[in-house]
Design a protein around this ligand. Structure first.
Ligand code: ATP
Ligand code: MG
Length: 317
């Protein structure tokens, strides 16, 4: 059986309870919730019943245990998560502006997640991995970038494949070497999963159509552009497929892109054609925005099929 793995930050998220709440004054907060883009991704893969594993570091604390126990419960293989003594699990505080935009305060670069290095990337840690997924948000230090390169080379060396979600937050772009590292990873990428505005970020071309052609020319085999409520678009060397978004109420957008990407990659890895994978991924993203909490919106196939069936009924009526 295929095994999908990822590597990177494992965090807790603590969120403002009210839209428009400011972190410059006291207010009611909710959490801790299990979080971290790679962790959400891999949780979604496991929820679909596929083999899934993550390499990462947590502190020797309850925030770390909360994550490990949650991932385990959902079926993720957690043996490659290191508990780093004398370190604390990373955290993110998030508040939602009135217009729906989010602001984050991260404690990642001083957390256990920053301890991740090439030492964590071994044959044993990557045991059975046939597909490796990279989140751009994980590439916040040279040590981690080196570790990521090692993992890519090991997985590719044994005939595996790689997917990449640039997942860039504005805070990340302050790191000057980021673009170079992202370009390097792109050269090994089989499946690229940018958000709409990220398509041109790593290309020379300034518009989406030309950027897509340029990226396919680099050797990327499939590009899936995530478009929020508008759905998604798929591109390969011979076709384009657009899938409109499903009609759902958005209560918390965090994690939608991760659930979408996980579902797309898992379906493709397990032999489903692009159109099927896009339908399920779209449903996974739609279900994720309907739940409060970054990892609370992961879904199994029963839930995805139920949403898709419900939407077909709505259209028929
Ligand atoms: P993230 O902020 O998690 O990084 P992203 O930009 O990577 O998000 P989005 O495009 O916001 O990803 O969402 C991923 C997918 O989830 C979309 O392509 C779509 O299928 C689905 N989705 C997101 N928002 C909505 C919505 N409001 N209604 C329906 N589907 C949605
Ligand atoms: Mg994203």
């Amino acid at each position: 059986m295929n095994k999908i793995m990822t590597m990177g930050e494992i965090l807790v998220e603590i969120m403002a309870s009210q839209r428009g709440q400011s972190f410059r004054e006291p207010g009611l907060l909710k959490g801790p919730y299990a979080s971290g883009a790679p962790a959400i991704f891999i949780d979604q893969v496991a929820r679909l019943g596929y083999r899934a594993g993550i390499i990462g570091c947590v502190g020797d604390d309850d925030f770390g245990l909360l994550n490990i126990e949650r991932l385990k419960r959902d079926g993720v293989e957690t043996g490659s998560i290191q508990i780093v003594k004398q370190s604390v699990t990373g955290s993110a505080f998030v508040t939602y502006r009135k217009d729906g935009e989010r602001d984050f305060i991260f404690n990642i670069t001083n957390s256990a997640s920053a301890q991740l290095s090439s030492v964590n990337v071994t044959e044993a840690a990557l045991n059975g991995c046939t597909h490796f997924h990279i989140m751009g948000s994980s590439l916040f230090s040279f040590r981690i970038i080196e570790a990521m390169k090692k993992a890519i080379e090991m997985v590719k060396g044994r005939g595996g494949t790689v997917s990449f979600d640039p997942n860039i937050r504005k805070e990340m772009l302050r790191i000057a070497e980021m673009r170079e590292a992202l370009r390097y990873i792109l050269e090994f990428t089989d499946i690229f999963l940018p958000s709409g505005h990220e398509v041109t970020l790593l290309a020379e071309a300034a518009d989406e159509t030309n950027a897509v052609q340029e990226l396919l020319g680099l050797g990327v085999r499939e590009i899936v552009v995530k478009r929020g409520a508008a759905g998604c678009s798929y591109f390969d060397s011979s076709q384009r497929i657009d899938v409109p978004g499903l009609a759902v109420d958005e209560v918390d957008p965090t994690g939608a892109g991760d659930c979408f990407g996980a579902t797309y990659v898992a379906c493709r890895q397990n032999g489903q054609p692009p159109m099927e994978a896009l339908r399920f991924a779209n449903a996974a993203g739609a279900l994720a925005v309907g739940r409060v909490g970054p990892m609370e919106g992961t879904s199994d196939f029963a839930a995805l099929n139920a949403l898709l069936a419900e939407q077909i009924t709505k259209v028929a009526v």
